[in-house]
Design a protein around this ligand. Structure first.
Ligand code: PXG
Length: 444
């Protein structure tokens, strides 16, 4: 093993690392290692510049190696590495909660910190069930998710999630969960620009689920406003509004999982702002620190928080938390990241670029294998027809070819997902779609 400090890092033994969500044996035969990053680019271990079309994994919204964030983290680690999170605090985590509170939709002004999206989701689900209990509605324990939903990989998240491969290996999961149908429909909505017209009625299925289980057993509904991991599924016009109305009618909490849609991805602070639909809780991660340090969080309506602030003042109100909740490095990264977003107007920039992005996405129409193009804010989904009998192979081939040509994309099944840092320029947008067009013409 040679991992010499300062030298280009090329480990010669890849065996020990069990890689997450990766075809380990395939990867280890032909590894793709990233060794540096600045602004819109990664540097690969073979010294090439790779244009980052995915903001890492949907997280580096401020772009790579931004001085302000780097220095904030460096200074923080030197000043105080760690502070206990239970029965103790440190100033920056309070500041960050206030800052995030001011960004969140009105009414959601309390923030619980975790270290990832998965933890944020489990936290929100636990808050939902515990809230029903503390307000005297302890029979409301059921959770409703959606097919093709991705809510991370904790047992709570995969239970409400709807991606079969993420669920089928792991036994009965948590019980008392039901699922809405997903809204993806190529027959009605292929090649829609932005929100599709067809499908608002799919929200009415919640009425059927409520009729089946009775509202008195249901704590919360959790959905991604735009489903990311499953291949960029956009909510039909009116769909989220209807979900909100049905939840209101039955006194059920609505949770938006905004791990991807938060922090400017759609050209607004949150998807809730973009769609004008306010949930009762928002889960977030990724963009909160631009991915520089892991962090997750849940934004909570103040009356939910208040419902817990009962009983003797010396009792812990909510038995939940992590050693690293609000870690000083994450808090410092978060504060600096929010400053960068604000100073550079990056959410507005994403909104301004969105029409240009939309045209670029839809310029791929008519190219081989492209059966749908979807876009919103600075997100794109490009759905390819699978190779017969070999699902995922075509998109993966496109991914490898793009990487060879210096472009980082992401694939899920036979869908390509794009979500660049919000600092992307128009010429870099042209480069992404130029490369993709070339590759689609030559791909299998
Ligand atoms: N909720 C949503 C909506 C997510 O997208 C999580 C929860 C879990 O976050 P953590 O931090 O625990 O991974 C996510 C994560 C991809 C991809 O390319 C998406 C995610 C993670 C990695 C890859 O589709 N989303």
């Amino acid at each position: 093993m040679s991992l010499d400090a300062g030298a280009t890092v090329v480990p010669n033994d890849l065996e020990s690392y069990w890689m997450p969500f990766t075809a380990n044996r395939q990867f280890k035969k032909a590894p793709r290692l990233l060794v540096g990053a600045k602004d819109m680019h990664y540097r690969s271990h073979d010294g090439r510049q790779i244009l980052d079309g995915t903001a890492g994994l949907w997280c580096v919204n401020a772009g790579h190696g931004r001085k302000k964030i780097v220095e904030a983290v460096q200074n923080q680690v030197a000043e105080m590495d760690y502070a206990p999170s239970f029965q103790m605090g440190h100033p920056k985590v309070f500041q960050l909660a206030s800052r995030v509170g001011t960004l969140l939709p009105k009414g959601l002004d309390h923030v619980f910190f975790a270290n990832s999206g998965s933890e944020a989701v489990d936290t929100a689900l636990k808050i939902a069930i515990a809230y029903q209990r503390v307000r005297g509605q302890g029979t409301r324990t059921r959770l409703i998710g959606r097919e093709r939903g991705y809510h991370g990989v904790g047992f709570g998240g995969i239970s409400v999630g709807g991606i079969v491969a993420n669920r089928k290996f792991f036994g009965p999961l948590i019980n008392g969960v039901d699922h809405l149908q997903h809204t993806h429909n190529l027959e009605h909505n292929a090649f829609s620009r932005g929100q599709p017209e067809w499908g608002a009625h799919m929200a009415d299925e919640l009425e059927r689920i409520v009729a089946l289980h009775d509202a008195s057993t249901i704590a919360a509904v959790i959905v991604e406003p735009v489903a990311g991991s499953t291949g960029v599924l956009l909510p039909p016009k009116g769909y989220l509004e209807r979900l909100r109305a049905i939840c209101d009618q039955h006194d059920i909490l609505l949770i938006f999982d905004e791990v991807i849609t938060g922090f400017g991805r759609l050209g607004a602070p949150f998807g809730a702002d973009y769609f004008g639909v306010t949930p009762d809780m928002i889960t977030m991660a990724k963009g909160i620190t631009s991915g520089y340090v892991p962090m997750g969080a849940v934004g909570v309506r103040s009356d939910i928080y208040d419902a817990f602030m009962d009983g003797p003042e010396n009792t812990i109100e909510f038995f939940h938390g992590y050693t690293y909740s609000g870690h000083p490095l994450a808090a410092a990264a978060g504060l600096a990241t929010l400053e960068v977003y604000e100073e550079e107007g990056l959410f507005a920039r994403a909104a301004e670029l969105a029409p240009y992005w939309e045209d670029a996405v839809h310029s791929l129409k008519g190219l081989p294998h492209v059966i749908d193009l979807r876009n919103m804010g600075l997100i794109a989904g490009i759905e390819l027809a699978p190779i017969a009998g070999k699902p995922t192979a075509r998109a993966f081939d496109v991914f490898l070819r793009c990487y060879e040509k210096g472009l980082q994309i992401r694939t899920t099944g036979d869908i390509i997902a794009l979500s660049p840092p919000l600092i992307i320029s128009k010429s870099q947008i042209d480069e992404i779609f130029g490369t993709l067009a070339e590759v689609l013409k030559e791909a299998a």
